[in-house]
Design a protein around this ligand. Structure first.
Ligand SMILES: CC(C)(COP(=O)(O)OP(=O)(O)OC[C@H]1O[C@@H](n2cnc3c(N)ncnc32)[C@H](O)[C@@H]1OP(=O)(O)O)[C@@H](O)C(=O)NCCC(=O)NCCS
Length: 401
């Protein structure tokens, strides 16, 4: 039989108000309270009402691992609800956090708690699907939640590992002696902190990405997101397509042959992009894989092409102020896939990307691909000289240089 700390607390409170309880009545109340507590636990772990929104565990874990912080909610000893934002760290089977050894968070140990993180993917206005009614307005989002009894982590090693992981995440540059719970320098500090966590076996993820809508409606959402072009909309399109694989891709995301064009990708594609880019003449010996990764993550637009096997066969990126000036860089197609139109298709997508499409001037430098860019409206920029390179510029129709 499970009796939650809240249940036990409720009983103690009741008992203090009703001294005339017999042992039988107490036993009966324990049963009643434990059933209620059990129901509460089932409520958070039972299957999701809309199963189509349930995320698989790997995806849920990825979202949790990348959460910049989590919210912790519980009910304090005095019955008051408590909500705090924390740096949550995944170590072994735990989502853990640390705090001072006294205070509100400490009082939650051995009590029921829930931690969550959510990411807003896109706000969808009602008029995209209904010209009159407000009802269809909705939000696309992804969220993760871990629930259960908050436990203090035991053992200096596990506690030390949790604190070290915290440092690696939020101070990745190092600059301190690694934390080991048993090491004399840290032993006291590690023992003095409160390090607590929730077990990850109750991890639940939800991605509300229009899986309950018809393919035609999802196509409409994708086209409207592209047209609207707010900063996160390219990512929303990529997530919608991944969550709804049966939806036919819109023409602007179809490359030559069976290649697919992606308007947004996450850092997990960087190893493949590095393989295409590190030996190009403009990067070789100048920029490390890490530098290229930083450059791509910092670029407002990174588009790629993938083949039928899902391999990355082309990549291009751009960055801009979205109005006056944009710059194109790191355009490359895998050697065995060249000459089929992938480079031109990628560039067409990049120039139509919300980050680049409204720029009065878009520039790039090349040594040997002038003809590719000329076909897309670029002309040599005579007033900018870079030795060994042709600077090219593409000017918006109604703008004069
Ligand atoms: C340049 C590059 C991206 C073109 O990709 P691609 O998929 O082969 O290009 P496409 O098939 O869309 O071809 C586009 C056109 O550009 C032309 N082109 C111009 N320069 C080219 C070049 N250096 N390599 C290949 N094609 C080139 C092609 O001949 C083709 O014209 P066509 O259709 O009239 O035959 C690819 O060749 C590549 O990755 N090269 C090495 C990296 C590089 O030089 N990047 C450009 C840096 S500015």
């Amino acid at each position: 039989m499970y009796l939650s700390p809240n249940g036990a607390h409720a009983l103690v409170y009741e008992k203090s108000q009703n001294w005339h309880y017999t042992m039988d009545q107490i036993a009966h109340r324990i049963l009643e309270i434990s059933r209620t507590s059990q129901r509460d636990i089932w409520r958070v772990t039972e299957p999701m009402r809309r199963e189509e929104f349930a995320m698989d565990r790997t995806e849920a874990m990825q979202l949790l691992l990348h959460a910049p912080y989590v919210h912790l909610a519980s009910v304090g000893e005095d019955g008051r609800p408590l909500l705090r934002a924390l740096h949550g760290i995944v170590v072994d089977d735990w989502l853990c956090f640390h705090s001072a050894p006294a205070g509100e968070k400490c009082s939650l140990v051995n009590r029921e708690a829930v931690c969550s993180w959510e990411e807003i993917v896109a706000e969808i206005p009602s008029y995209w699907t209904d010209p009159v009614m407000a009802c269809p307005a909705t939000t696309l989002y992804r969220s993760v939640q871990v629930s259960g009894t908050l436990r203090e982590l035991e053992g200096a090693q596990l506690r030390g590992r949790a604190l070290q992981r915290l440092m690696e995440t939020y101070q990745p540059e190092g600059g301190h002696e690694p934390i080991e719970g048993e090491c004399p320098r840290y032993r006291k500090a590690v023992a003095a902190l409160m390090v607590a966590g929730l077990r990850l076996d109750t991890l639940v993820g939800k991605s509300k990405l229009a899986q309950n809508r018809s393919p035609a409606t999802i196509r409409g959402l994708i086209e409207n997101l592209w047209k609207r072009g707010r900063t996160p909309d390219a990512k929303a399109i990529a997530l919608l397509l991944a969550a709804n694989p049966l939806v036919e891709r819109p023409a602007f995301l179809c490359g030559p042959g069976k290649t697919k064009l992606e308007p947004w990708v996450d850092g997990s594609r960087m190893a493949e992009a590095n393989a295409l880019l590190r030996d190009q003449y403009w990067n070789r010996g100048r920029f490390s894989d890490e530098a290229l990764s930083i450059a791509h993550q910092a670029s407002g637009a990174w588009v790629v092409a993938t083949n039928e096997a899902g391999e990355l066969v082309g990549t291009a990126r751009g960055f801009s102020d979205q109005q006056k000036f944009g710059y194109v860089a790191d355009v490359a197609v895998r050697e065995d896939s060249r000459g089929a139109g992938i480079g031109a298709a990628l560039m067409t997508l990049l120039l139509a990307h919300p980050c680049m499409r409204d720029c009065a001037r878009v520039m790039l430098a090349t040594t040997n691909a002038d003809s590719l860019y000329e076909r897309l409206g670029f002309v040599p920029h005579d007033s900018v000289r870079v030795p060994g390179r042709t600077m090219m510029v593409r000017v918006k129709e109604d703008y004069t240089l």
